[in-house]
Design a protein around this ligand. Sequence first.
Ligand SMILES: [Zn+2]
Length: 648
Amino acid sequence: MTESIAPLTLPADAPGWHDWLAGRVDGHLATAQEILDRLKDGTVRSTDEVLTLWNDADIALRGADSVAGLLNEVHPDEAVRSLAEDRAQQVAKALTERDLDPELYDVLAATEETGLDADAARLREHVLRDFRRAGVDRTEAESERLREISERLTVLDQDFARVIRDDVRSIRVAPDALGGLPADFIEGHPVDADGLVTITTDYPDYMPFRTFARDATARRELTLEFLNRGWPVNDAVLHEMFDLRDEKARLLGYDGWPAYDADVKMVGTSTAIAEFIERLADAAEPSGRRDRDVLLERRRQDEPAATALDASNLSYYSELVRRENFDVDAQEVRRYFDFGRVRRGLLDVTSRLFGVEYREVVDAPVWHEDVTAYDVLADGELKGRIYLDLHPREGKFKHAAQFDLVAGIAGRQLPEGVLVCNFPRGLMEHGNVVTLFHEFGHLVHHILGGQQRWARFSGVATEWDFVEAPSQMLEEWAWDADILQTFAVDADGTPIPRDLVDRMSAAKDFGKGLFVRNQVFYTAVSYELHRDRPADLTARVRDLQGVYDVTEYLDDTHFHASFGHLAGYTSAYYTYLWSLVIAKDLFSAFDPADLFDPAVAHRYRDRVLAPGGSKDAAELVSDFLGRPFAFDAFAAWLDREPVGVTRS
Ligand SMILES: [Zn+2]
């Protein structure tokens, strides 16, 4: 019989958060320090004892890191956010100190692999590798410089994210400019005393506005503001960030940052990233051109002189083509996606698929009234807890992501994770629904992979270029008519019509070339800015857009200044496409007529998600597929002709 473990108890009242956060982080840091000091006290220990102590300290450090990282992005109280930012820096510093401690390295390096089980041997190898990648075996002066670089990079990452988060811009337009937008959007944007309406660059404003607003000038004006968020402050932040990463990589003996970063990923080398970019650009060239021609032809009906597409008209004409050529009207579609029903539906679908049960914890303390908490159970046993924080508010993280709260350790602590998104409270776009399924894929990976002995392998702990695959695959469940009909129901209780979902799928097939080429452009930006560190970032971004994207650069914009992934993913934005190739391959194992087939779903759960990072991702995938992953399923998806496009 397993001893039951309780989830973390969060503060029950608003004033409690400040002290709770400080207490938890400081307590964990002190625990970690005490354990790491013990490891260096000269006592003779077996390898298992050394690794166990190492793991105990790792659990404490990760626990401190998760809490500080989360609250920095979500807590409604600015004072708590800034305390969290400060503590996150302290945790990062403690991690750097640990990884650059030569005495500690000597203790670990003196252990022997003999007699260890596969997981422990893997941990030992990974820990030693992490030490070397931090630079512990460099000269004292080099180590000192690496320490400085790490600390400075932590601050720069935070600065970059904070600038984006705080730089909410807006335009003021005449009420006419809202023509084409849904009625609830117009109601939510009242005319002020000056007779104007304010539209911000936050997603719930920007996304519908760029998609539906018929007024091309207003759309362009808002797009320019959106693409200039973070400018000019973040341009300088990025220059320093790229330089420091490059310096770090070279100190460690690598030929630049992408080579250093790729060394511990599936892709392996910097050259392989460059080759992948070209392979994907080529593969998506015919479909990208075909999609672009259709959109441009439609735009010419409104503006006969138009010769290209840019970010201010891409979504708008994509939406028009979906409506006119595929008979998919996003405003018709969104009638079926009431937020509350979608959230319920997501839980029902994933519960069935993964064989788990969610129980709402109504009285769980949370950091904001919008947040809902659920216990996750399997076979009646508590497996973890999830928090859903899904609506925008001031000072909150602007994108959609999964955050760890607690890393799951078998028999010791339950995995707990948080979804942080920015969805409207009423009706959602179908794209929002897909995003919700995507992000939930990370959350479920964190929970189901959270039964490890070693913190290093808990949850989403595979090579970083694999992590998007489970989420991208789960998106497929948000496109299946049988599944959507279980929760996509309009105000009168009518489920979304099957033929509408079929048309939505056909419309989705249209535009995938544009999508892939756009992702290749982002990938090239992330890779090239790190590899080459050009003096003029804007000019390089513009050039890369010309080569890879099928839309044109908008003059006087500086998209890179708000490209948040340059901090987190660094040179590895290719991850999204790399994972997509694998996601298409993983999905090919499911029966399209029965996406819930438990034999496949549970094999996937047990062989891909549950092992966390305890095996190489390529091995997880081949354990599930029964063969190594391949490019074929992705290529077939990309080449499939959309049904119903009006050909030019
Ligand atoms: Zn993701």
